[in-house]
Structure formats: C-alpha cells, structure tokens
Design a protein around this ligand. Structure first.
Ligand SMILES: [Ca+2]
Length: 294
C-alpha cells in the first residue's frame, strides 16, 4: 500500500472525500497525478536551483527551495524604462567640482519615451546615478542599456557601472566612502576625428579614487572602435558578466571583439549609469532603459 493510501486510513472523518476515493480504487490515479506534479516541481526547481545556488546547497532546503523560489523567481533581476519617473535613481558619486544634472525626461525620441537624463557641464568630470538596488542573481547576468548622446562633441562619454559596492550606510556620504568605491566601468566615448564620427568603448576596473574623486584602475579591455552602429543615434549596449569574471560586450546585439576575465569585484551587486566628460566641455546623454537579466 502506498503512502497516500496509508495516510488516508488515518484521516479524520472530515476528510471523507479522500476515503471515498480510496474505496472507489481511485487513489492510485490520484497518487500517480500527485507524483507527476511533484516530479515536475522538483525537476524544474532543481534545474533553477543549480543556476541560482552557491556551490554548497543545504540538503534540507532542496525540497522547499524549488517550491518557494524555483517557481516564482523571474529571470529578470531589474528592469526600468524610466517611463514616469527615475526614482530611486539618484546621484551617488561625482568628481570634485562636477557641475551636473540628473533628472527625469518625459519626452519621446525615435519611438523611445521616458529617459534618465544626465548632463555634465564642465570638463574632466563625471557623475554616477544609481537606484542602489542589488542584482538579484549573483551568477551570470546581462546588464543592458540604450543610450543616446545629445549635442555631441569629440570626447563626450557615458558609462554603465556594475560590480559596485555599498556598505548600506547613507549614499552618497560626504567623503564618498559608503558606495561605489570599487566597480567596473563600461565606458562609451563619442569621437569626431576631423569629421570621422564613431563610438569607441573600453572596460575599466575601478580600484579607488584620488583626491579629486577621479577613479583609477586598470583598463581590462582598452579602447575599441565600434563599427556597424550609428554614433549619432540610439545604441543598445550589453555587458554579459559570468560568475567566473568572464565578460563580453554587445553593441546593438552584435558581439564585439575582445573579452576580459576579472573577478575582483564580481560579487559586488550594485550598478548604475554615468555621464562623463573629457577635455572638451560638457556632455548630455539620455538613457532609455536599464535591464538586468540572466
Ligand atoms: Ca524609456
């Protein structure tokens, strides 16, 4: 006799319908259906758990983990289109003396509507805006944005920030010690080389900041020119971050030459967007969205 049938013998009279099932020999059918459903839940859940879980998984958790998380957690970790507001995106860190604006723009441009708008008005400056939300999937994930530079001049730039830290204390702090002291910066720069207009990008690991709050650290991928995108229009960027530190770059869904492997800050889960300038005055960028998924 199987477990459900044995259990049924112990049931109180209030559960008479189950007794009826047993009497009518329908319990095997019920048991089979239940077993199939449970097998599906466990297989689906454990497959998801393999993706989500750290190397060691509590054996006792394997039953509950798939039931609670495996069926409910979406693969999307963060998703905003900046449609009605940019909150909770705020300026979190900036270079000393930076003259900047971080605000919502509710206009439309080329079919895209609602933007995070960042203006940096002086040279050699930057500002990071972040929602201070953590990537929910600390394994392989893809962080994407769609951006367009306005009033473009040679050297205007913007960046996508990931792998950032936060102590959970107020951010920003006066001395900028509580958040984004380390991170990865995927930087895109507009170039106008005597009429030869193009975008180039690099991937930088930020190990700290100097006395002017300029970040420093190695370029883990040096400047690369992007062909096949319109430098004067919207470009969709994606950084694919693997849990071993392997990183790949995509521009308008096309994988770019070059990859890096750096796991120094890979377990830091905060992210953001940056406006920045070089030596050629201000920059003005619109970000249409930011999405992180696995
Ligand atoms: Ca938008």
């Amino acid at each position: 006799m199987n477990k459900i049938a044995r259990l049924c013998r112990l049931l109180p009279t209030s559960l008479e319908p189950l007794r009826t099932l047993r009497r009518r020999k329908l319990l095997p059918l019920l048991s089979l259906t239940g077993a199939i459903m449970m097998a599906f839940v466990l297989v689906a859940g454990n497959a998801k758990a393999e993706l989500d879980a750290p190397d060691s998984v509590d054996e006792d958790a394997t039953v509950f983990f798939p039931l609670i998380i495996g069926l409910t957690e979406p693969s999307i970790s963060y998703d905003t289109n900046f449609t009605g507001s940019i909150l909770p995106w705020e300026a979190r860190r900036w270079s000393s003396g930076a003259d900047y604006e971080v605000k919502h723009n509710d206009g439309c441009d080329d079919g895209q509507c609602g933007f995070l708008e960042i203006k940096v008005n002086n040279s050699q400056a930057y500002v990071i805006s972040s929602p201070l939300e953590a990537v929910k999937a600390p394994f392989t994930y893809k962080i994407r944005t769609r951006a367009k530079l306005l009033d473009r001049q040679d050297g205007d730039a913007y960046s996508m920030i990931f792998g950032g830290n936060w102590t959970s204390n107020g951010c920003p702090a006066v001395d900028f010690s509580t958040c984004f002291t380390n991170y990865y910066e995927f930087r895109v720069r507009y170039r106008d080389d005597n009429g030869d207009k193009f975008l180039e990008w690099k991937l930088k690991r930020v190990d700290g900041h100097d006395e002017n709050n300029q970040n420093y650290g190695p370029d883990i991928i040096d400047w690369k020119r992007v062909d096949g995108v319109n430098p004067d229009s919207w470009v969709k960027w994606e950084v694919e971050v693997h849990n071993n530190g392997q990183m790949y770059i995509y521009a308008d869904n096309t994988k770019q030459a070059g990859s890096a492997k750096d796991s120094q800050y890979i377990n830091n889960l905060y992210f953001g967007l940056m406006g920045r300038t070089s030596s050629n005055g201000g920059s003005h960028v619109l970000f249409d969205m930011l999405k992180i998924d696995s």
